[in-house]
Write a protein that binds this ligand. Structure first.
Ligand code: MG
Length: 253
C-alpha cells in the first residue's frame, strides 16, 4: 500500500531530509586515504545524535551501523569496519539517514578517494546524472516506469550496468514503504504517480556487468566481475509543482 503524505507532512519531512543530507555531505568531507569505514560511521552517528535525531539505519533489519559504506566493487549494504581502510584511488558509497520527529530520511552518494581512474570518474558522473534524470520524471501523471526508464537510459547509453535485484522505495515513518522504484523499466508502465508520494530514487550502477552477489556476511552486495559500482540517492516528494528533493541542505533554517 502506498502511503500518500499531505503537504504538511511533506513539510515536516524536510527536517529529517536536511539532516540526512548534511550528515552525508560532512561524511564526504572527512574521506581521505587511511580512514576506516568504521571511523566514518562513528562520525555519522555522532553528528546525528548531536542533532537530537536517531540514526535511521541502526538496527534496521539487524543492520549494525548508522551507514552502509561500500567500497569499490561493493555496491550497497557494506558494513563499516575498522579493518576496511580507504586508499587513494578507491570509490566509497555512503548510504545513511536520520529520523527526526518520526520521519525517516534516506540518501546516498559515492565519493572518490583522491584521484580515481577516468572511467570510474565517468561512472560517478553518469550515476548521479541518471538519478537526476529519474527525479525529473517524478511528476503526477507519469508512471513508475518513466523513472526507471530515464535512469536506465542514461546509465546504459554510457555503457554501464543497472542493478536488477535492488530498487528505490517509498519513504515515510519507516524506511521502506511501497512502491519499489525500479532503476529500469518502460515508459508509461507501472503505478501512476501522484502528488503526495515520497520516494527514494537510488540508481545502483556498475562499471561492468550488473550481476551481483551477497557476501557471506549476509549484507555486502558486490559485483560478480569485481568492477566498481556507484550509488546515488535522494528522497523526493512528488507534488503538483514538480518533485521536491527532501534530502537537501536547502531546508536548513
Ligand atoms: Mg534507500
Amino acid at each position: 500500500m502506498i502511503i500518500l503524505k499531505n503537504p504538511e507532512e511533506i513539510e515536516e519531512m524536510k527536517k529529517c531530509g536536511e539532516l540526512s543530507a548534511r550528515v552525508l555531505r560532512m561524511a564526504g568531507e572527512i574521506i581521505k586515504p587511511g580512514i576506516s569505514t568504521f571511523d566514518i560511521d562513528e562520525f555519522i552517528e555522532r553528528i546525528i545524535r548531536m542533532n537530537g535525531a536517531t540514526p535511521s539505519f541502526k538496527g534496521l533489519y539487524g543492520f549494525p551501523a548508522c551507514a552502509c559504506i561500500s567500497v569499490n566493487e561493493e555496491v550497497v549494504h557494506g558494513i563499516p569496519s575498522k579493518t576496511k581502510i580507504l586508499q587513494e584511488g578507491d570509490i566509497v558509497s555512503i548510504d545513511t539517514g536520520a529520523t527526526v520527529d518520526g520521519w525517516v530520511g534516506d540518501n546516498a552518494w559515492t565519493f572518490a578517494v583522491g584521484e580515481i581512474a577516468p572511467r570510474t570518474k565517468e561512472l560517478l558522473e553518469v550515476t548521479e546524472a541518471s538519478m537526476w534524470a529519474g527525479i525529473e520524471q517524478a511528476v503526477p501523471g507519469n508512471h513508475l516506469g518513466d523513472i526507471g526508464h530515464a535512469v536506465q537510459k542514461v546509465a546504459e547509453d554510457a555503457g554501464f550496468g543497472v542493478l536488477r535485484e535492488y530498487t528505490g522505495h517509498g519513504v515515510g515513518r519507516v524506511m521502506h514503504e511501497d512502491p519499489n522504484v525500479f532503476n529500469y523499466g518502460k515508459k508509461g508502465h507501472g503505478v501512476k504517480l501522484q502528488a503526495g508520494m515520497v520516494l527514494a530514487i537510488e540508481p545502483m550502477i556498475t562499471q561492468g556487468s550488473y550481476k551481483v552477489k551477497t557476501m557471506p556476511d549476509r549484507w555486502t552486495v558486490v559485483t560478480l566481475d569485481k568492477k566498481p559500482a556507484a550509488h546515488f540517492e535522494r528522497t523526493i516528494a512528488i507534488t503538483n509543482d514538480g518533485p521536491i528533493v527532501l534530502t537537501s541542505e536547502e531546508w536548513a533554517k
